[in-house]
Design a protein around this ligand. Structure first.
Ligand code: GTP
Ligand code: MG
Length: 195
């Protein structure tokens, strides 16, 4: 799929205020700092469309980006950021979960996972919650430029084994690097195939 245009549309903490045009949308979620905003920039070939930062907790709102005047990429705040107060975290989780549960035009959620790490409890819990709530999702491993291909294969195998403890089959799995742009075509073609 070719990305011809990409522009910021609106930021919200309330899914009821998100765009009402019914265009299909695809959301990016995962732990703080996993690379959600960077991946959106990589996919759209923009350096600064979504705000990124080396310190976790940068994205705090539901951000809609309109692509090719046809569909939306949605950048979500990260979960599991320890420095956010418990109260603020509760609020976060509430508006993100309402968005995921209520948003009718949400076609697929990409759950981003740091390819360098062993399976994290918070990610497994989040994906199990998606399963329970029948929220369709895919797994996207990020930052693969940061490890060797043999280490990557090892980590992917560990992750798949862990997932198969809970799931009869795995959701689609993608590997990406926002640095090298690896995985861009596959991810965009997958999005295309769902529209
Ligand atoms: P929050 O908005 O805080 O939840 O974080 P986020 O998931 O949007 O992460 P963000 O895209 O801001 O990236 C966090 C840090 O990781 C930044 O310093 C990025 O430059 C870096 N980063 C993201 N993706 C990659 C990647 O594929 N490779 C490398 N080497 N660094 C990456
Ligand atoms: Mg972000």
């Amino acid at each position: 799929m070719l990305i011809k245009t990409a522009s910021f549309e609106i930021s919200n903490t309330d899914h009821r205020l998100c765009p009402k045009d019914g265009r299909p949308e695809f959301a990016f979620i995962g732990r703080s700092n996993v690379g959600k905003s960077s991946l959106i920039n990589m996919l759209t070939n923009h350096k600064k469309l979504a705000k990124t930062s080396s310190t976790p907790g940068k994205t705090q709102l539901i951000n809609h980006f309109l692509i090719n005047e046809q569909w939306y990429l949605v950048d979500l705040p990260g979960y599991g950021y320890a420095k956010v107060s418990k109260k603020a975290r509760g609020k976060f989780e509430q508006f993100i979960s309402s968005y995921l549960l209520e948003r009718e035009s949400l076609v697929n959620t990409f759950v981003l996972l740091d390819s360098r790490l062993a399976p994290q409890k918070i990610d497994l819990e989040f994906m199990n919650w998606c399963g329970e709530k029948e929220i369709p999702f895919s797994m996207v491993f990020t930052k693969i430029d940061k490890l060797s291909s043999s280490q990557l294969q090892k980590n992917l195998a560990t992750y798949k084994r862990e997932m198969l403890k809970y799931w009869a089959e795995l959701p689609p799995v993608f590997t990406t690097s926002s640095e090298s742009k690896f995985g861009r075509e596959k991810l965009l073609n997958y999005i295309d195939s769902l529209m």
